[in-house]
Design a protein around this ligand. Structure first.
Ligand SMILES: Nc1ncnc2c1ncn2[C@@H]1O[C@H](COP(=O)(O)OP(=O)(O)O)[C@@H](O)[C@H]1O
Ligand SMILES: [Mg+2]
Length: 320
């Protein structure tokens, strides 16, 4: 059984307007998303800004209301409040955010920030709590003198460590990491990713790793879901996605990763232009009349893509 199984998840936001402020339309931020995460596994959720990644993450942790579909945690649907409680779901699933400057309370000291989830869920004495916070600081590689400082006294990378320490405090099974390194310098990104991996191994944590950048998730993820306009357009193992991409949107995201090897730059540029031309000529074949992704078809045991029946080889009708 998977740790988490998301089934046909939909999150639609109402749009209100007019004189009576009635619901006039809706944004289909997430529109029929399914995937699962196994214990100790990292699944990447990748797509451009606005594709519905954060909404998916927030729906899983319960910060966003689910319009329809189910979220199974160890087989129990935690969209149901009673299951959430009986499964201790709120302790088991934690989230870290891109912008630690705004997600960490600036008026609280690090000790209180990290202790907060312990106070919510635990029943520790003051001494035990302090010991646990020190232990957590150690796990994320921060010194004990961090206890009495405030978030603004740290660098961005250090603040992400504090966010991770807080997320790990309740011994979670799953951490939803929403663009955790996107605001950091490249060199610092690698450090944060490395200690996230180390913590994963140590505590057997699963990650849902959200990013707009396929370059970043490459070394983090076992499996990757490519999200586009509220739907998953491709799902597979890391090798499926990087070595054998099928959907034009995935190919475009891959082509957007900067080539670091100077000798390959020209070849990379040509490839990118080729994919851009294919996208311009053929993209309508990959979407339905409403511009939404097609249903996923199975390509191998592990690999799925939202492909047209002819595999996108011919020109589709131009929409609208
Ligand atoms: N509270 C909200 N009300 C209305 N629309 C929203 C709300 N939150 C997000 N959206 C819309 O839902 C879509 C998906 O947003 P989001 O999940 O934040 O995407 P991503 O994280 O991939 O950038 C976007 O079109 C966004 O504008
Ligand atoms: Mg987002």
């Amino acid at each position: 059984m998977s740790l988490i199984e998301v089934k046909n998840l939909k999150v639609h936001y109402p749009i209100r307007g007019g004189f009576f402020n009635r619901v006039v339309d809706e944004v289909k931020a997430v529109d029929g998303v399914s995937f699962s995460i196994d214990e100790g596994e990292t699944v990447g959720l990748v797509g451009e800004s606005g594709s519905g990644k954060s909404t998916t993450g927030k729906a899983i942790i319960g910060l966003e209301e689910v319009t329809s579909g189910s979220i199974l945690y160890k087989g129990k649907d935690v969209v149901k409040k009673s299951h959430r409680r009986s499964m201790k779901y709120d302790e088991a699933v934690q989230m870290i955010f891109q912008d630690s400057m705004s997600s960490l309370n600036p008026r609280k000291r690090v000790e209180d920030i990290i202790a907060e989830p312990l106070r919510n869920f635990g029943n520790l004495s003051k001494d035990e709590e302090k010991l646990r916070v020190l232990q957590l600081l150690d796990i994320v590689g921060l010194d004990a003198d961090a206890l009495y400082k405030y978030p603004h006294q740290f660098s961005g990378g250090q603040r992400q460590r504090i966010g991770v320490a807080r997320a790990v405090a309740t011994d979670p099974k799953l951490i939803i990491a929403d663009e955790p390194v996107s605001a950091l310098d490249l060199s610092v990104q690698a450090q944060v990713l490395n200690f996230m991996k180390k913590i994963q191994r140590e505590f057997n944590i699963s990650y849902l790793f959200i990013s707009h950048d396929l370059g970043v998730v490459r070394h983090m993820c076992d499996k990757i879901a490519i999200m586009n306009r509220g739907r998953i357009v491709e799902f597979g193992t890391r090798d499926d996605i990087y070595d054998n991409p099928q959907h034009i949107y995935t190919k475009r995201l891959l082509a957007a990763i900067p080539e670091t090897n100077v000798n390959n730059r020209e070849a990379h540029r040509k490839e990118r232009l080729k994919i851009e031309a294919e996208y311009q000529n053929n993209q309508s074949a990959y979407y339905d009349a409403d511009g939404m992704a097609l249903p996923l078809v199975q390509i191998s045991d592990t690999h799925f893509a939202a492909l047209p029946e002819d595999g996108g080889q011919t020109n589709g009708e131009v929409n609208g």
